[in-house]
Design a protein around this ligand. Structure first.
Ligand code: ADP
Ligand code: MG
Length: 261
């Protein structure tokens, strides 16, 4: 290939955002010539690497967008420590069928039992599967919704959020809510119903949700939408944080445990 063709090739690779191919082309073509590879073999190899790179980049972008507070995987979760969790239920969730079907997941249990860990791990899996994910604590979510409502853009924003495939709402119930906040949350959940998945975590059993929302009727309406198509994982066990502390020889029970939430 002449110089002009060579330069144009690199120009075009740049325009097409095929940086990986551009970077490896010269070396690879030398190898390909030595090994007498066919044109198909060469193109296949280059396209494969470029496609993998593109998928990686997409995952990175989605992970950044999701704002996960920390990165955890299911492989890192010790199911032996939490026998009340049915491993099969979690494995079924990892198939991501619930996201395809726009169903919900609710993780319930006391502090430290791994609710956020599991929610994040499922979120990471969803991202790898190609879904868009967004993580908010209940407090952050309420603050966003209040802000949207004050600006008169609540409906628009909720419709926009409905395009996200998975919304993770962490820590419902850690902080009591104002009645207006419960109404905002109800609007989000009722408009999202059958349009997109939610993973919600809470340290409070459903019977206490009336108290969280300071309104039994709104709580019942939220639960009705949330639970219609859902998997509920009720974790009854010890805090993993306390276990870790005990292991390193610190105290067994910390009175301020919940402050670290
Ligand atoms: P919760 O949200 O229920 O309060 P977290 O998910 O934040 O609990 O868990 C607290 C810490 O303990 C996190 O660092 C988490 O990764 C870890 N953890 C909890 N349960 C397990 C477990 N069964 N196996 C491994 N790590 C765990
Ligand atoms: Mg948590």
């Amino acid at each position: 290939m002449g110089n002009i063709g060579y330069e144009r090739l690199h120009e075009n690779l740049k325009t097409l955002n095929m940086e990986k191919t551009s970077a490896m082309l010269d070396n690879y073509l030398e190898v390909a010539a030595k090994e007498s590879l066919s044109t198909i073999q060469i193109l296949d190899h280059l396209m494969n690497i470029e496609a993998e790179e593109k998928i990686e980049r997409r995952i990175k972008t989605r992970l950044k967008f999701a704002k996960l507070p920390f990165r955890k995987t299911l492989e890192e979760f010790d199911f032996n420590f939490q026998p009340s969790i049915d491993k099969k239920t979690i494995n079924d969730l990892t198939s991501m069928k619930f996201v395809y079907n726009k169903e919900n997941v609710v993780l319930l249990g006391p502090p430290g039992v791994g609710k956020t860990h599991l929610a994040i791990a499922l979120g990471v899996n969803a991202i790898k599967e190609g879904f868009s994910v967004y993580f908010r604590t209940a407090a952050e979510l309420i603050s966003d919704l209040r802000d949207f409502s004050n600006k008169g853009i609540l409906k628009q924003k909720i419709s926009k959020w409905n395009r996200l495939k998975l919304l993770i709402i962490d820590e419902i119930g850690y902080l009591p809510m104002e009645r207006d906040d419960a109404n905002l949350l109800f609007q989000l959940i009722s408009k999202r119903y059958e349009k997109g998945s939610i993973i919600m975590t809470s340290n409070k059993p459903f019977r206490d949700w009336g108290e969280i929302f300071k309104d039994e009727v709104v709580a019942a309406a939220i639960l009705d939408r949330l639970l219609h198509h859902s998997t509920v994982v009720n974790i009854k066990g010890e805090s993993y944080r306390i276990k870790e502390r005990t292991r390193v020889g610190l105290t067994t029970a910390e009175p301020f445990e919940s402050k670290t939430e």
